[in-house]
Design a protein around this ligand. Sequence first.
Ligand SMILES: [Fe+2]
Length: 148
Amino acid sequence: MLIEWSDELSVGIQEIDEQHKVLVGLVNEMHDAIHARHGSEVSSEILQRLAEYTKIHFAVEESLFRIFDYPGYEEHKAQHDELIREIIELQEKIAAGKTNISFQLLHFLKMWLTQHILDSDKEYSPYLLKSGLKAKSSQAGWFHKLWH
Ligand SMILES: [Fe+2]
């Protein structure tokens, strides 16, 4: 496993944690696929799912920022746009044969995901919780189930 989920990665909002776990799961899935020497088609397909799910997840976060009038909205959204741009660029490079899915690329994806959670996502949760967002919800697993 490339990324081990731990409390350190938790933002303290169950629904968001569930979504982050899906992202972590996809990066780990790609890691396993490379280890098992599944072809590049399998890795590209996982990368595609990672890109799609990331867009959905970022849209959810940005929607929460607007609902709760988060002052860091613009800055955080700019980071999301950059992260999406990076993953699309990666997909284009792979499609053009300019790079392949390697352990080096996985290291990039690991940092791409964990640094964003640790540095930026953890910043918004105290604000959202203070503004009335519930940390736990009985329906929090719904999004996770939908994806699996
Ligand atoms: Fe984020």
